[in-house]
Design a binder for this molecule. Structure first.
Ligand SMILES: Cc1cc2nc3c(=O)[nH]c(=O)nc-3n(C[C@H](O)[C@H](O)[C@H](O)COP(=O)(O)OP(=O)(O)OC[C@H]3O[C@@H](n4cnc5c(N)ncnc54)[C@H](O)[C@@H]3O)c2cc1C
Length: 409
């Protein structure tokens, strides 16, 4: 049977579901993408694409458009809130390893827009909005998808990319063990040009401070400032005009009030599910793992899942890799979620927010020393840009023909 006769359901039109859909369709599989919302969600959430992710998306011919809609960040920096810039890491240092030696500052919904535009007229692809899914059941040689309206449909496989509260994961009876950080994070976005007032400001800045650390990220139109919120402040209090104003005035004091374009608050976790595969049902992205956003590895790691699991699934469905290899892909992605994404994002959180001033100072001095040593700086960039995570998948990506030609890792 040809691959075009295989039909896979992808649940969730977030960045991970969209990346899984384009991976499968380009491999020759028929895909229906089910989304609970009535239109593509356009919340401001993740906004950084790492070089490794751009490399993985390169083969689908969508990266130029993503770059056109985003902002190229040639470096990222660590700062001390009082002293200014402490360490700056230029991504140019890995230009021999990747054709994308930069971080792309681009809202995650733009990837979804671009994928849906690309697949719009593809006869192997369909998207169904307003279709909340309640769960999935593995039947060995196929999977059943169940909808909240009580209907069900059979597919050759189902990919659950339905986010952190995943109904697919819950319906499989899988746990989501891990921890929740004490602080919540509030993100306040403003069009005010902070770079005119803070010397050496990069488009991506991690800023340590004994009283209140923060992250400053540039998107095309806005500066996004992310701050911790302690237990003594409720979500509603942290989102008031006055609280947002007070936090931004602490970054750059100015006589007029800030124009606040967007605000959101969320709880931060490190959680990974038991397995990313139950027979013909697979999990990817936030449905399978969630982590601290410091370092921007959650959405990126999810897109990496999508490309590897989608490609591995297509290869399994056409018989070019045996069924048990799909277990191997799923195990590899779970291992990387724990050993790479969880470890690095937690470390990023510790270096910014350690309550002990000496520990924080030590972390900053360590970063300063790394940035000053070209070999150390390059090694740091290879890891922070997730190129080292890509290398871990080299054999598996090569097996399904997805190793990005042009990367010389
Ligand atoms: C408020 C917030 C702010 C964030 N900010 C940042 C940030 O600044 N930096 C960062 O790196 N990361 C951030 N993250 C994390 C990042 O957004 C996620 O890692 C990323 O969205 C994961 O993509 P995904 O496709 O797996 O899941 P999602 O983007 O959550 O997409 C899941 C999709 O599935 C749909 N869906 C859900 N349930 C169902 C169902 N039952 N049936 C059908 N469809 C369903 C949803 O509507 C959604 O479209 C943030 C997360 C949140 C919640």
């Amino acid at each position: 049977m040809s691959l075009a006769s295989k039909h896979v359901a992808v649940v969730g039109a977030g960045p991970v579901g969209c990346a899984a859909a384009v991976t499968l369709v380009e491999a020759g599989v028929r895909v229906t993408l089910y989304e609970a919302a009535t239109v593509l969600p356009r919340e401001l959430r993740a906004s950084t694409f790492h070089p490794a992710t751009l490399e993985l998306l390169h083969r689908f011919g969508i990266v130029d458009e993503l770059i056109a809609r985003g902002l190229v960040a040639p470096r990222f920096a660590y700062r001390d809130r009082r002293r200014g810039q402490v360490a700056s890491f230029a991504l140019d240092t890995v230009r021999d390893l990747t054709r994308y030696p930069f971080r792309l500052q681009c809202e995650q919904f733009k990837l979804c827009d671009i994928v849906l535009e690309k697949l719009a007229n593809n006869e192997r692809f369909a998207v169904q909005f307003d279709s909340p899914v309640s769960g999935a059941v593995d039947h060995g040689d196929h999977a059943e998808l169940r909808f909240e309206d009580g209907t069900a449909a059979d597919f050759d496989a189902v990919i659950g990319a339905d986010g952190a509260a995943s109904n697919i994961r819950k319906s499989l009876g899988l746990s989501f063990d891990g921890m929740t950080y004490e602080d919540r994070y509030v993100i306040v976005s403003t069009p005010f040009e902070l770079a005119d007032h803070l010397p050496d400001l990069a488009y991506v800045n991690y800023i340590a401070d004994p009283d209140e650390w923060l992250v400053l990220l540039r998107t095309v139109d806005l500066w996004r400032a992310m701050f911790p919120v302690g237990a003594d402040e409720s979500d509603d209090e942290a989102l008031t005009d006055d609280a947002c104003e007070r936090r931004l005035q602490g970054v750059v004091a100015k006589p007029e009030r800030y124009d606040i374009a967007h605000r959101t608050i969320y709880r931060v976790h490190q959680r990974v599910t038991d397995t990313f595969r139950v027979g013909r049902v697979l999990l990817a992205g936030d449905a399978a793992h969630i982590n601290n956003p410091l370092g921007g590895m959650g959405m990126n790691g999810g897109v990496h899942d999508a490309v590897l699991l989608g490609g591995g699934l297509a290869a399994m469905l056409d018989g070019s890799v045996p069924d048990e290899r799909l277990d191997h892909y799923a195990d590899l992605r779970r291992r990387l979620a724990i050993e790479f994404v969880r470890r690095h994002t937690h470390q990023n959180a510790v270096s910014l927010s350690a309550p002990d001033p000496e520990a924080r100072q030590q972390a900053l001095e360590g970063l300063e020393a790394r940035a000053a040593d070209p070999d150390e700086a390059r090694a740091f960039v290879v890891q922070a840009s997730m190129l080292s995570a890509l290398v871990e998948m080299r054999d598996e990506l090569t097996e399904i023909g997805h190793w990005p030609e042009g990367t010389t890792l």
